[in-house]
Design a protein around this ligand. Structure first.
Ligand code: SF4
Length: 197
């Protein structure tokens, strides 16, 4: 049986892994994570598809590899409540509230009302000292504050994804991933609009 030929985008899991590692050395690399926020939105708005999830998401691939090829998943069905609309939309709203709180903290540092906090907040609760990854920059400390906050978001979603990967199917995170829910909503709205137009 011939193996399916690999494409360049099948290796994007390496980029996702590298991103997480770089955040240990220099927090400013966290800014690169914006790509994972903007590209799915651009694809879904421009094309009305979940092309990003289906092809280009390195994080989804990473869970697939760790849980599938490396057998780090129990491969159980995810509970029904986790697939439900209320949970997925509820999680999306919660995620946004936390995201805006992070932006607000960044703003406060930019405004000089708050000092830079060199911590990574895991699961929105645990403040991990992360000062070794900040070496000072030419930029305003607010730039670093955003990086700490954004890396916290990325690390938190990775940890949640890993937990659900182990407990359920490898890519269970994709069921309630805020980016997945958001792009799905955009596709639905676009579908409706195109149907009307
Ligand atoms: S649902 Fe989220 S993690 Fe899964 S492929 Fe889409 S963007 Fe990536």
């Amino acid at each position: 049986m011939s193996k399916q030929k690999k494409r360049w985008y099948d290796y994007l899991w390496i980029a996702s892994l590298t991103y997480l590692v770089l955040g240990f050395f220099n927090i400013l690399f966290a800014w690169l994570g914006l790509i994972c926020f903007l590209v799915p939105l651009i694809i879904s708005i421009a094309k009305g598809t979940k092309g990003y999830c289906n092809r280009y998401c390195g994080r989804g691939q990473l869970f697939g590899i760790l849980g599938g090829r490396f057998g780090l998943s129990r491969k159980k069905d995810i509970p029904r409540w986790m697939k439900s609309k209320w949970f997925r939309y509820g999680f999306l709203i919660f995620f946004f509230v936390m995201f805006f709180q992070m932006l607000w903290n960044t703003y406060l540092v930019f405004a000089g009302a708050q000092d830079l906090k060199q911590v990574v907040t895991l699961l929105w609760t645990f403040k991990l000292p992360w000062n070794w990854a900040y070496h000072g920059t030419l930029f305003h400390p607010g730039v670093a504050q955003f990086a700490f906050g954004f890396y916290s978001v990325m690390l938190t979603s990775t940890v949640l994804g890993l937990i659900t990967m182990v407990l359920y199917k490898p890519r269970s995170w994709c069921v309630y991933c805020p980016m997945g829910t958001m792009t799905q909503l955009i596709c639905k709205v676009k579908d409706k609009k195109d149907g009307i137009g």
